[in-house]
Design a protein. Structure first.
Length: 408
């Protein structure tokens, strides 16, 4: 008897350490040696319970009550079992197989949905995926500052209409009809505000696509503005530097508190241009922007090719104020939310299988909420735009007058 008690204590210690499978084997061996010990049989049921074998636990504790009807612990723990056995529910093997198939289909649907979200994001924002960048039609700096391509040479009628619009603007007509409270032109587009009418449609599209990708990836707001003359607006500004700084602050270009916005301004009649930088850039960037103006933009402006010069300047500014970021750095929060979704789904399925349906539905609700958050994150990227119909607003940034100017 003393040996059996020692074996019982040893098996109980093993169970308390969490090794329920080993403890179950020890209790079964003890039950074989001492078949009349009801406590050993109860502990066998407890091991089954801890391992999640609820039907085996129910059968074992029922046997305990059969051998000792007044066994209090067996009665109490039977009431704690989450669900009845399949036989008591009238559940057949075919029904249990159908439930397993349902769980597999649920997991498959969620997995396919996750892959679908990834593919949609990849198609909508291919620039954020390094392995797709080489496939993008994204002209390099050499292409934008070189000779016109064949399509530009062939589109003679469009060039003539563009020159006609430029001539009309240079006759002294105001560049726009909508002004802000400070008398400055009101923004009508996120990235290109061509009040002077000098940017060709295809170049405007290329600029928008490039600056849109930059804002999505980094949150940096860059906008290109052309006007006829600073005198058209009746402000107190006597220089393009003053006009650009006040226009920048009037629009609030850039995100607070980084103040990393950029304004590329060209006054066609005044034959002056300015790259205004947000207050977040250091003084070193002034000389960098001067290089962009003198080396990239002015040569095109001298040939009256303002459209090409502004596109080349915008692309060059992008290369100077941005730096490549890794796929992981851009998507680390997406990955974190995705992992949480998978964990919630697995936890929910596990709860459903074990009979804890309430907790299962809670986990599924959490997964659905996280999925909505993930979709919103993928749509928003790193930007925080506030654009509405017919007007626009930037992120509230300001400039302290940094940047560079040039004339032709």
């Amino acid at each position: 008897m003393s040996n059996n008690q020692d074996a019982f204590q040893n098996a109980a210690e093993i169970a308390r350490s969490g090794s329920y499978k080993q403890a179950l084997a020890e209790f079964r061996a003890l039950r074989f040696r001492d078949p009349g010990n009801v406590e050993v049989l109860f502990m066998i049921g407890a091991c089954h319970y801890r391992m999640g074998n609820f039907e085996e636990a129910r059968e074992t504790w029922a046997q305990v009550l059969h051998e000792e009807p007044g066994h209090a612990k067996a009665s109490r723990w039977l009431n704690k079992l989450p669900v009845a056995t399949g036989a008591e529910r009238g559940e057949t093997d075919e029904g249990r197989d159908s439930k397993r198939i349902w769980h597999k289909w649920l997991f498959a649907i969620v997995f396919v949905l996750g892959i679908g979200i990834f593919v949609v994001d990849m198609l909508q924002h291919p620039y954020s995926y390094p392995f797709l960048r080489s496939w993008l039609v994204n002209p390099s700096l050499e292409e934008t500052t070189g000779k016109p391509n064949q399509s530009e040479v062939a589109s003679g009628n469009e060039d003539e209409s563009w020159k006609d619009r430029l001539n009309e603007k240079q006759q002294g007509q105001p560049s726009d009809s909508v002004r802000t409270a400070g008398g400055y032109p009101a923004p009508v587009d996120e990235y290109v505000n061509d009040y002077a009418g000098v940017i060709r449609p295809e170049d405007a599209k290329a600029i928008r696509d490039q600056l849109g990708r930059v804002e999505y990836q980094t949150g940096i707001e860059i906008t290109v503005v052309t006007i006829g003359s600073i005198r058209d607006y009746g402000t107190a500004d006597s220089s393009i530097e003053s006009f650009a700084t006040h226009l920048f602050n009037d629009w609030g270009i850039g995100q607070m508190p980084r103040n990393d916005g950029v304004l590329i301004l060209a006054a066609i009649q005044d034959r002056k241009c300015r790259i205004e930088l947000g207050a977040g850039y250091g003084f070193a960037y002034n000389s960098v922007m001067k290089d962009v103006i003198d080396g990239t933009m002015i040569p095109h402006f001298k040939a009256d090719n303002y459209s090409q010069g502004l596109k080349a300047g915008a692309f060059d500014v992008v290369t100077r104020v941005t730096q490549p970021i890794s796929w992981y750095e851009f998507h680390k929060w997406h990955i974190a939310v995705g992992v949480l979704i998978v964990i919630c789904i697995i936890a929910g399925i596990s709860c459903m299988i074990s009979g804890k349906t309430g907790w299962g539905w809670i986990f599924f609700m959490y997964a659905a909420a996280l999925l909505m958050l993930l979709i919103k994150m993928l749509q928003a990227g790193h930007s925080s735009r506030g654009w509405g119909g017919g007007g626009s607003s930037f992120g509230g940034g300001f400039s302290a007058g940094g940047g560079a100017s040039g004339s032709w």
